[in-house]
Design a protein around this ligand. Structure first.
Ligand SMILES: [Zn+2]
Length: 186
């Protein structure tokens, strides 16, 4: 299903991504369902969506757990666009691993206070078992969702200004080359 990704920022070149709606994200891999996936001890049962880098599949759960109860996933748009962010990152050769993004990300992290770091830990190495690659991927996807306007989180805007600038720049140069293609009639 072609999703109108990044229409205003970049090429819609994530066709071929599969979209699946499991009852819950934890159903995707039941063996891993109860493993801690979040720094606060949350598991796949607390997860709204997931993008598989291996199979190019974007999953959005129907229900998610909050405390001991299951509730419908209500932020479907924000979830889908965050996962589209992961898909786009992969399709563009992992901008999140580029030297430019890595440097901007480090600059943003260095400017954060200890309490900022705590509240944003999902996007930081400490919230991802010290895996800097995953942390940068999560930051990329969430900044992208923020830019698309589905997941407005002022903490992202104010705490990742350099990372945001790199993503904007990369996506707008892609949008420009897309327009050139249109002008050439391709
Ligand atoms: Zn993510």
């Amino acid at each position: 299903m072609p999703y109108a990704a990044a229409a205003s920022y970049g090429p819609n070149d994530i066709e071929g991504i599969k979209i699946a709606a499991p009852h819950k994200v934890a159903d995707i891999d039941p063996k891993r369902a109860k493993e801690p996936s979040y720094a606060d001890g949350g598991t796949q049962e607390n997860c709204h969506g997931y993008f598989s880098q291996k199979t190019d599949t974007l999953y959005v759960g129907e229900i998610t757990k909050v405390g001991n109860k299951w509730y419908p996933v209500r932020d479907v748009d924000a979830t889908v666009v965050h996962e589209v962010g992961h898909a786009l990152d992969k399709r563009l050769g992992y901008i999140s691993d580029s030297k430019e993004f890595a440097a901007a990300y480090q600059q943003d992290i260095r400017a954060m206070s200890a309490s900022d770091r705590k509240s944003l830990d999902y996007y930081l190495p400490e919230g991802q078992a010290n895996n800097i690659y995953i942390a940068r991927k999560e930051a990329f996807a969430e900044i992208y969702a923020n830019l698309r306007g589905t997941d407005i989180d002022e903490r992202i805007d104010s705490h990742f200004p350099h990372s945001t600038a790199v993503i904007k720049e990369r996506l707008s140069s892609l949008a420009k080359s897309d327009k050139d293609h249109v002008a050439e009639g391709e």
